[in-house]
Every structure is written in C-alpha cells, then in structure tokens.
Design a protein around this ligand. Structure first.
Ligand code: DC
Length: 227
C-alpha cells in the first residue's frame, strides 16, 4: 500500500464519464472494503433539482450558487440497502436519476462558485475507516492526496446501451440514438469546462470497462487498494 496522509483516513477515488460504471463499481467496492461512499454526482444533481423546484434560471449563476449553499442534502440507506437521497428533507432519489436532473447538474457543475460551495461537503465524507469517492474530479481536485486513484472509461456506445437498459427496466421510454447523443454532449461539456474538467489524475490507474462484467472490474479495483 502507498503511504497514507498522516491523520487522515484513506480515500479511493473513482472518476470517469457517465455510464462508465462508476456508481455500481464504487458502491460494490465500498461495501467490500467496509468504507464510506460518496456519490458526488448526487450533490450536483441535488442542487440541480432544488434549483428546478425553486424555478431558478440555469443562467443565473448567483442564484444557483446561493442554492448550492442553502440546499440540504442527506443520504441514508433504506431497509433494502438502497441509498436514498434527501433534498431539503424530501426523498428525491428517483427524480435525481432522470436525464433532466443529469443535464441540470452538468450545467450548474460548470459554475466555479457552485463547485467551491460543494467542496467542503464532499471532503466531510472522509471518515474512518476510509472513503470511496465517485465523481469527475475526486482524484484531481477534491482528494488530490488520495493514496488510491482509478479512472474508469467505456466506449460511448456501450455507455449508451447500459443507460438504455437501465431506463428500459424502469419503464422509461427513450431511444438508444437519443441517449448516445446526450452522452456525447455531456462528455464534451464535462471535459471542456474551464474548472475541474473531466480528466484522469496523472497517477490514476485507468480501466476500460468496455465488455467487462461488474465483478471483474470490482476485483481489479480491490487489487489496486491491496484488498
Ligand atoms: O455522475 P453523475 O452523472 O451523477 O453526475 C451528474 C453531473 O454532475 C455530471 O454531468 C457532471 C457533474 N459532476 C461534476 O461536475 N463533478 C463531480 N464530481 C460529479 C458530477
């Protein structure tokens, strides 16, 4: 194991584009390690949803920054072990997963002050015995000293297909073509923004999950942590 920052619990950062399998892999790895889990995308989505409830204009940066500071975001496990997300006290788990919430999150995530407003909240998740942090800039900006960094990728086509299956299972009607277009647009926006663009930390281990099953990726990641 590489040296850990003295006095701070270890962090495993798992960054990558949407549909790379980050969420599923991160939750499984956190469970196997018995570590805490941070779904940083849920924070951006929560602010996006709260902004929608308040009818805020997605071009009004000032109002969005205030919204990022003021929105209460809570996480809890339900009896089935599913992570539920509470936004201002309301269970918004399902709403957070919609494409609308994702697109709003991606737009507000490009505002530097919104990112700054969410920084300390993300760092507060670092508690013993350790943290698995899932997002876009976990290894580069939020936890640059993390001893373990992974960057997951997958082809855009495979990511669109995974999302298509997930949504179809939930009875949401979408087209594969439409999803692929949305994924490519979101990738471009997340990778080209001026602040904390999506890119691997230099020392991150890159894993291409195209064609790989969940368990195979989980084992690879556990191997990186030395577990
Ligand atoms: O991982 P996700 O799809 O839930 O994230 C939703 C959006 O939030 C994503 O398009 C970009 C943004 N995001 C971010 O900018 N930084 C993070 N650490 C996590 C998400």
């Amino acid at each position: 194991m590489p040296p850990e920052t003295p006095g701070l619990p270890p962090v495993l950062t798992i960054d990558g584009p949407s549909g790379s399998g980050k969420g599923t892999i991160s939750r499984a790895v956190a469970q196997r390690l018995g570590w805490h889990y941070l779904d940083s995308g849920a924070l951006y989505r929560a602010v996006g949803v709260a902004a929608g409830w308040a009818d805020l204009d997605l071009d009004d940066a000032g109002a969005l920054v205030r919204c990022a500071f003021d929105t209460e975001i809570g996480f809890r496990d339900d009896p089935a072990g599913e992570l539920r997300v509470l936004v201002n006290g309301h269970d918004a788990t399902e709403e957070l997963r919609t494409e609308t919430a994702g697109a709003a999150a991606s737009a507000i995530a490009a505002i530097p002050e919104v990112r700054a407003a969410l920084k300390d909240r993300q760092r507060a998740f670092r508690r013993p015995p350790g943290l698995v942090a899932d997002g876009r800039d976990m290894g580069t900006v939020i936890f640059p000293d993390a001893p373990f960094k992974v960057f997951l990728t997958a082809s855009a086509e495979e990511r669109a297909e995974r999302r298509y299956k997930q949504l179809k299972d939930k009875g949401v009607s979408v087209t594969l073509d439409g999803l692929l277009r949305e994924i490519l647009a979101r990738d471009a926006r997340d990778a080209s923004r001026a602040v904390a663009p999506l890119r691997p930390a230099e020392e991150a281990v890159r894993i291409d999950t195209t064609g790989l099953g969940i368990e195979a990726v989980v084992e690879q990641v556990l191997g990186i942590v030395g577990a």
